[in-house]
Write a protein that binds this ligand. Structure first.
Ligand SMILES: C[S@@+](CC[C@H](N)C(=O)[O-])C[C@H]1O[C@@H](n2cnc3c(N)ncnc32)[C@H](O)[C@@H]1O
Length: 259
């Protein structure tokens, strides 16, 4: 059987990250993104709303967010896994009753949305791009999300949130930019690099361990995931059903970050 032709996906991806980067997509473009990325228009689903219903429900997405986002079918199982892991380990720290969820590079905010819902906790989020921030703010209002969203650099948000509990959880999904090449994803070259982000988190926590959720693709370059998390404890990897060629599919990883 001939290999499926994914050239339309790669061409659309270039459009979404290029000329359509900060353009609000039409309903048709949202469905096209779902079809090309996930094999079905409804595969692009955020806050429980699939692409074919987004326009009617007042949900808008910029080109960049349509390609960068972590969709419902990915984030819900990650939230379930984290809930199971945390239920199995008693927390410790100065405020175990109110562990933090912090979506540091929130984009659509969908990752924080699912973690907050599944763990029944408030969520803090930072987004630096004003266009993404404005769109996400409106979407979160539309779905009645209580995410506390800040137009801020993630370092400034970390500075506002002292550690509470060993169950505090940080979502780390920086833009990939030049880190994503045919040789794979090099997490030491994301913007900012993942090891730098992890050190910023460590510095904000005065030695108290925490949990990290991170998205990668399915082709990591130079062992950069393991190297970025040196000294951390791997807890789980969640691999959604692949829909694209090797290197273009997503994986999610949970770690315990220690000092
Ligand atoms: C890969 S996307 C995150 C996608 C997101 N997890 C989702 O589900 O939609 C990265 C986001 O981080 C934002 N960003 C980049 N640098 C940042 C920084 N220093 N602080 C906060 N946000 C930043 C970008 O504007 C972009 O929207």
């Amino acid at each position: 059987m001939p290999a499926p032709d994914h050239s339309a996906y790669f061409a659309f991806r270039d459009q979404l990250l290029g000329p359509l980067r900060t353009t609000i997509l039409t309903g048709e473009q949202l469905c096209e993104a779902g079809r090309l990325i996930y094999g079905d228009p409804s595969g692009l689903s955020l806050y429980g709303i699939p692409a074919p219903d987004m326009t009617a429900k007042g949900i808008t997405l910029l080109g960049r967010t349509a390609i960068e986002c972590s969709v419902d079918a990915y984030t819900a199982p990650v939230a379930d896994t984290l809930a199971m892991l945390q239920a199995a380990t008693p927390p410790h720290g100065p405020d175990t009753a109110k562990p933090l969820i912090v979506d540091l590079f929130c984009g659509s905010g969908n990752f924080g949305h699912h973690l907050g819902q599944r763990l029944s906790r408030p969520v803090h989020a930072s987004e630096l791009d004003p266009a993404v921030y404005t769109t996400t703010r409106k979407n979160l209002d539309r779905v009645g999300s209580a995410i506390e969203l800040h137009l801020l650099d993630y370092r400034d948000l970390l500075g506002k949130l002292p550690a509470r509990s060993t169950h505090d959880t940080y979502v780390v999904e920086p833009p990939w930019g030049p880190a994503f090449t045919a040789a794979g994803l090099d997490l030491t070259r994301t913007a900012p690099p993942v090891p730098e982000i992890l050190n910023d988190i460590r510095r904000s926590r005065d030695g108290l361990p925490c949990h990290i959720a991170i998205k990668t693709n399915d082709h990591i370059a130079h062992d950069s995931l393991t190297r970025s998390f040196t000294g951390a404890r791997h807890l789980a990897t969640i691999t959604p059903q692949p829909s694209l060629p090797h290197g273009a599919n997503m994986d999610f990883h949970l770690y315990e970050l220690t000092d």
